[in-house]
Design a protein around this ligand. Structure first.
Ligand code: NAP
Ligand code: MG
Length: 478
């Protein structure tokens, strides 16, 4: 087995970000305490250090924020699209200017490697604002008729795995189409949304157009329930997504739900093995596997299974796990103790059900929340680790003999968010992709994102699309 190369530490500087000891809610352009004075702490998952204390929104704060968004809606929606675009372009440029600071902040609050926040999250965040800024004055040409109207106040609830990127996916199209926003970030990653609130002020965005409510699930639920919210955009677990769908049934609120996944990454025997191995690693170990569209089920053609698994294990043994602020780190911390417990429990179930576990040999730091890159072989479709979303750095390996078997196994899931195909044959890519029930299908790559490309699921992965021209529809009265 190859051992990891030794690298000198290459820490990114923490001093580029100034985190205040406490933050309020951002309502009507001002930072304010929660009405009942409640607060909670946010920690760095790699060290368990408390980073800051933030206000915890309650029902009264939700109401205040929705009212502010409602007041702002009249003027904001009446602005010419070209004027709204100016604000969005300004926000995009400020994000670029402050991207190093925001990347360090996100790494501290979330635990993901700086390599990812710097090279993936932040560039995509800016790109989303640039992209939807470009649409703001062209809505007549978006395919929804002349002068399509916004919905009103959008209540947006996001998860912790890509905090600022999910914010961008939600806020950029909402503002471009003339809606105003109340957004609730996840409780373990509130900070980048609060820095975004500061960016809104820096950009001179009119008061009340964007409101940020840090808090727990109950604040999210109160936002969904509020009678003056016209649209709910939610990214998170399928369980909460279903609860939201029940809550808004019959209210006339429009909804976009982006939920869980169990993506199949299909490797045919003619695929270039080394490239496929890199794609498998990107597919499931990017962001510690805490990715809804992760390629968490590897389907490998039987004739190359042994060769591929040998290469994969060799590659996984070279991944560097540790300080997320180190520029050489590949695998950062799991986002929370709660998530680590969920991953651990599912992996124990996999072992108890008889699948074979292999974990990369690596030392786990003593503080913080960590899980070594892991794979399961000897997995059948009935195994829990082949069916349930683990949302961690854990790959389940299954094999197939024919393309039809690969498609049948890939589609044998309650989810339908993503899939990957690895083969040299273009015709096979097209034939297989057409049969996969997945919102995104990557060919000879994985986890590639672009603001121009719509993203969303089939089945229990949710409905509605974010990104691209399709992403405008969820915020327009069409
Ligand atoms: P989660 O519990 O559903 O949380 C998502 C967000 O909803 C958080 O802000 C959460 O607040 C809030 N929330 C919790 N209960 C709520 C309720 N009853 N009503 C309204 N809002 C509520 O999900 P998670 O476990 O933190 O995140 C992981 C899950 O998200 C995975 O299943 C993953 O697949 C999914 N996900 C999907 C996508 C996608 O694009 N399809 C992207 C990322 C993640 P708190 O933080 O306070 O709990
Ligand atoms: Mg945190």
């Amino acid at each position: 087995m190859a051992s990891a190369f030794e690298y000198a530490p290459a820490p990114e500087s923490r001093s580029v970000v100034d985190i205040a000891p406490s933050y309020g809610l951002f309502i009507d352009g001002e930072f304010t305490d929660a009405a009942d004075g409640q607060v909670f702490k946010t920690v760095s998952p790699s060290s368990e250090e408390v980073l800051s204390e933030v206000a915890r929104a309650g029902t009264a704060d939700v109401d205040r924020a929705v009212q502010a968004a409602r007041r702002a809606f009249e003027k904001w929606s009446a602005l010419p699209g070209s004027e709204r675009a100016k604000y969005l372009f300004r926000i995009a440029r400020i994000i670029q200017e402050r991207s190093r600071e925001l990347a360090v902040l996100e790494t501290l609050d979330n635990g993901k490697p700086i390599k990812e926040t710097r090279d993936a999250d932040l560039p995509l965040v800016a790109a989303h604002f640039f992209y939807y800024a470009g649409w703001a004055d062209k809505l007549d040409h978006a395919g929804y008729g002349a002068n399509p109207r916004p919905l009103g106040v959008a209540g947006q609830i996001i998860p912790w795995n890509f905090p600022l990127l999910m914010l961008a996916w939600k806020i950029a199209p909402a503002l471009a189409t003339g809606n105003t926003v109340v957004l609730k970030p996840a409780e373990t990653t509130p900070l980048s949304a609060l820095f975004f609130a500061d960016i809104c002020r820096q950009a001179g965005l009119p008061k009340g157009v964007v409101n940020i409510l840090t808090g727990y699930g109950d604040a999210g639920s109160a936002l969904v329930e509020h009678p003056d919210v016209n649209k709910i955009a939610f990214t998170g677990s399928t369980a909460v997504g279903k609860a939201i769908a029940r809550q808004i049934a019959g209210t006339g609120k429009k909804a976009t739900l982006e939920l869980g996944g169990k993506g199949a990454n299909i490797v045919f025997d003619d695929a270039p093995v080394d490239q496929a191995v890199e794609g498998i690693v990107t597919g499931i170990f990017f962001n510690q596997g805490q990715v809804c569209c992760a390629g968490s089920r590897l389907l490998v053609q039987e004739s190359i299974e042994d060769e591929l698994l040998d290469s994969l294990k060799r590659r996984l043994s070279t991944l560097r796990l540790g300080d997320p602020l180190d520029k050489n780190t590949d695998i950062g911390a799991i986002n929370s103790q709660e998530q680590l417990s969920r991953i651990t429990a599912l992996v124990e179930t996999g072992e108890a059900e008889g699948a074979d576990r292999w974990s990369a040999p690596c030392e786990l730091p003593s503080a913080g929340y960590w899980f070594a890159p892991t794979l399961f072989t000897g997995v059948t479709q009935a195994h829990t680790v082949a069916r349930d979303e683990i949302f961690g750095p854990v790959l389940s390996v299954l094999s197939f003999r024919t393309p039809d078997e690969a498609v049948a196994k890939a589609n044998n899931s309650q989810y339908g968010l993503s899939a990957g195909i690895w083969t040299e044959k273009g015709s096979r890519i097209l034939a297989v992709a057409n049969k996969l029930r997945a919102g995104v299908v990557w060919a000879n790559t994985f986890n590639k994102f672009d603001p121009t490309s719509p993203f969303g699921g089939y089945k229990e992965s949710g409905f509605g699309r974010e990104g691209g021209r399709h992403g405008l529809e969820g915020y327009l009265d069409v």
